[in-house]
Every structure is written in structure tokens, then in C-alpha cells.
Design a protein around this ligand. Sequence first.
Ligand code: URP
Ligand code: ZN
Ligand code: ZN
Ligand code: ZN
Length: 509
Amino acid sequence: MTEKRPHLIIKNGTVVNDDFMIKADVLVMHGKIVAVDVNGNLSEKSIENDEPYRIIDATDKYVIPGGIDPHTHMQLPFMGQVAADDFFSGTCAAVAGGTTMIIDFVIPEKDENIIKAYEKWREWADAKVVCDYGLSMAITNWNEDVEFSMGEVVKSEYGINSFKFFLAYKNVFMVTDDQFYRGMKRCSELGALARVHAENGSVIHEKQRELIKQGVLGPEGHTQSRPEELEAEATHRACTLAEQAFCPLYVVHVMSKGAAKVIARHRQRGSVVFGEPIAAALGVDGSHYYDPDFNHAAGFVLSPPLSRDPTTPAALMDLLACGQLHVTATDNCTFNCQQKRMGFNDFTKIPNGVNGVEDRMSVVWEMGVHSGKITPMRFVAITSSTAARIFNCYPQKGRIAVDSDADIVIWNPTASRTISADTHHHAHDFNIFEGMLVHGVPEITISRGRVVWENNKLDVSPGEGNFVKLSPNCDYVYRSINVRKANYHPMVVDRKECEPRKQKSELSV
Ligand code: URP
Ligand code: ZN
Ligand code: ZN
Ligand code: ZN
């Protein structure tokens, strides 16, 4: 039986991995990369048995690993709405933008069993994804059932190796410091990575009430209720507690310089902590919250908010360039204008979230490579390979090499496009990058050996993506922590021989 996908011979391109780039041909068969030939000798003769094949000419193009977006929320029920991008439109947008794997979050309600929630997410996603995906599990409560179930979902049949804790969204997803600490101790026991949404949810709750009372009802209240200092404070707290729990930590959506500096400082003193700025924070700033048009301003509402400091996007890119921040994601969680209007008279009710999964690769290329701050190799590191390493699916993902999955993008560094909601593949009607000209365009996206995006057209079917099981005890995140754990012994002072002191009265006799 002939396969739906012909073998692919990608000729004359420059293969880019995170540690080298070189001119080479790439041969793809049955969803895998089977040859990378620097002599440029691959041809139809490399194909056996008269099987169908296709030659792709990648002259003057880069051949890069498909992007991995480790932070999305497709069809998330949140703040009384359901995110507009489901696993179909969300992954269509992903592959149209050169991303071939997402890691989405199972987010159980506080009283929901986490295995039940996991099954629900699998059911939603398996039927709809057009590219591969993995899952991370949010811990929104703490009790014996949660503690036990964490141990279940890291087992190979479930494939979860990271848990996320919210220090924001009081009364919804937020956990207290003791719950967070216990959760990270449990992660450490299981060899799982802890991830954190770092904002001080209790103080934000207070500030929201103060602002509403003062008559600040619009989206400008969103940014004023969430000052950057509350992100930096929670980031510091999270890093400190993770050190105490011997747990590696991954800070999602690093939105401000303050939070980024906290991560850098903790790394300098040996913490295993990773920082993830998102496309939104790299491409736009928080000035939009003051726009007089509610629909426009509300379209940018996400948490933590975009920075009001216009120099933040460039500063975050600088930190990605020098290695103080590590991966880029999107936090893709989209809502239509109509959904955002739920908060027309009360900014606390505007569903939080923005787009990014389609445009991340181009925004990072524009701000990073096109601006001259990073090399194409660093681009690969921060858009796919480091995420693959952290989430323990490297080099299956994130590398152009023999035996890796054929998740490949033919990247044209000289082509450009203007981002717009009119042409994007998301299900929602607003794009935070509207009008932005980006150089660097994914011309062809290949998912597990099949061309799914070419000539600005998708060729996908819902459900054809695979669930990627992610296993715990990843050396990249746990190796040094395990040594520290083994070397740590609580100090006990032996006082067996210690006699009680003589009473004053006895001494004076
Ligand atoms: O505003 C955001 N970020 N929405 C999605 C949920 C989260 O906090 O990650
Ligand atoms: Zn978050
Ligand atoms: Zn600190
Ligand atoms: Zn998120």
C-alpha cells in the first residue's frame, strides 16, 4: 500500500541546528529523517522500491527543526468563556507559522480529579490536532488525591513530566505558598519539572478592588492592578521555594525586566531555573491598555500584562540572546472581541489571553535574527531545541539529524509578510501583532514527514497529529539537582550526653 506521504529529498538548503549550520541535503522517509548529507549527493537514487518521492529545492533557504511551543491553552474554559482556538484551529495556526509541536496544559478545576481532567484534554486534543502535542498538568489544589494522582500521571501510559502552579488567579487556580512548596517537593520526588505562573495573586486581588472602587473599570485597570513588581516578587518567591524543595523550576511567560533579572540572579547562584518569554512580550508593549477603543485595549489583556516600559521587548530579546532566558513560547489563549466584551464595565471580567502560536517564529526571527542580535542557531535553540531538551523529547524533536522526527521547516530568511487577523489561521478575530512587518517566513512546514503547509495553504486533517509522551527524570533538568539532593543531609546535633544545667539554687549552696 502506498503511503499518503511521498518520501522527501530536501536539496541545497542550509541545515540549522542549535550548535552548527551547514549546507546539506536531507532525506525523509516514513516520518523520520533518514539521511543528512553534507556532500549533496542525495537524489531519487536514494529511494528504494519505486516508492513515491518528492524533491524540495531549498536553495538559499534554511532547513530548521519545526518550532516547539511549550505553552498553549487551546479551547481552555476560562473566566466564563472557552478559548476561541480549539486544538484544530490552534494547531493549524501553529503549522502555518512553522511550529510542529505544542505543549498544552491540562487545568483541572479545584475539585476535579486530575486524571479525569487529563482524559478530558486527551479526548479534546486527540480528535483535532494537526501536529504533534504534549501535555503539562496544572495543580490547582492540594490534597492526598492530588499528591497520589501526580504519581500516576508521570507514569509512561500518561506521559506527563511537568506540573504548573499558579500564584495568581485567586479563588480560581491559585495555590498558597505551602501548597506550592509541597507540590514542588512532590515534583522532585517524581523527577518532574515544576512550572509557575508568577504573580502575587492576593495583592492583585486587593488592587483590583481598590481600582474598581476608584472608578477604574476599563482595560487600563488590568495593567494598574498588576504592577511589574508583583511579578518580580512572585518570581523571586518561586525561585526561592524551588531551591528549598530541590526542584527545577520553569517560569512561564516572563513579561518584565524585573522578573527576568530575578531569574538571572538565581541562576548565578546555581538555581536550576528556566525563563520563558512569550511572543507577545517580545513583539508588543503595554501602551495598548490605554487605547480609547475598548475592543482594541481588551484585545491585549493577558496576565501578567504586557510591560508598560517600551524598552522591555528588546531587553527580553537581549536576555534570550545571552542565555539568561532560555525558551520562547506563546501562552496562546485567544478570545474573540465579543468574548472580551464580558468585561466591558469591569476589567477583572475580561477573559485573559492573546494569540501567538502562528506568529512566534516570525516575531522571534524579526526581533532576534533580522535585528542582528542572534544567529539562526540560537534561533533554533530558543524556538525548539531547548524546549525539547527541557521536556525530555530531544533529539526526537528539535534537531535535524538521522532518526529524529521529520518535523522540519523550510525557512525563507529574505521573504517578508505583514501580520493580520484578516489572513491568520486562528479562530479569533483579533491579532495583537496586526500590521507588523516580519522578515523570515516559513515557506514549507513538514510534520512527521508530511508537507502540511506550502504556498500559503494548509493540507491537514484533524487528528493526524500524535500525542508525545514526555517522561520524567530528564538529565537536562535533574542531573545536578539529584547530586545536590544526595549531598544534602539535615544536620542533627547529638545531645545524648548532655546533663541538665544545675539550678541557680543548687549552685549557691
Ligand atoms: O492571560 C493569560 N496568560 N491567559 C492564559 C492563562 C495563563 O495565565 O497562562
Ligand atoms: Zn499564566
Ligand atoms: Zn531572588
Ligand atoms: Zn498560560
